[in-house]
Design a protein. Structure first.
Length: 68
C-alpha cells in the first residue's frame, strides 16, 4: 500500500484520530522519498518519527483486540 492509498484508508475509516496510523503514514512517505534524501536527512526524519511514536506511550494497553 503506497502513501496515497494509506491516506485514503485513514480518511475513510476515521483514522485521523488514531495517531499510530499517522505514524505509519509518515513512515510510508519517508520510505517513498528515501531516494531523494541525503542519508543524514533521512536519519533525522526517521528519528523524529520514532520519537513521535515513543511519545504515544502504552496507548494500546487494554485495546489489543481493537488495535491489532
Amino acid at each position: 500500500m503506497n502513501s496515497d492509498e494509506l491516506a485514503k484508508y485513514i480518511e475513510q475509516t476515521n483514522g485521523i484520530s488514531k495517531p499510530w496510523l499517522l505514524v505509519q503514514l509518515r513512515l510510508q512517505k519517508l520510505a517513498e522519498n528515501k531516494a531523494f534524501l541525503s542519508p543524514e536527512e533521512y536519519l533525522i526524519q526517521l528519528k523524529d518519527i520514532q520519537q513521535d511514536m515513543m511519545n504515544l506511550g502504552e496507548w494500546w494497553i487494554g485495546q489489543e483486540r481493537e488495535v491489532f
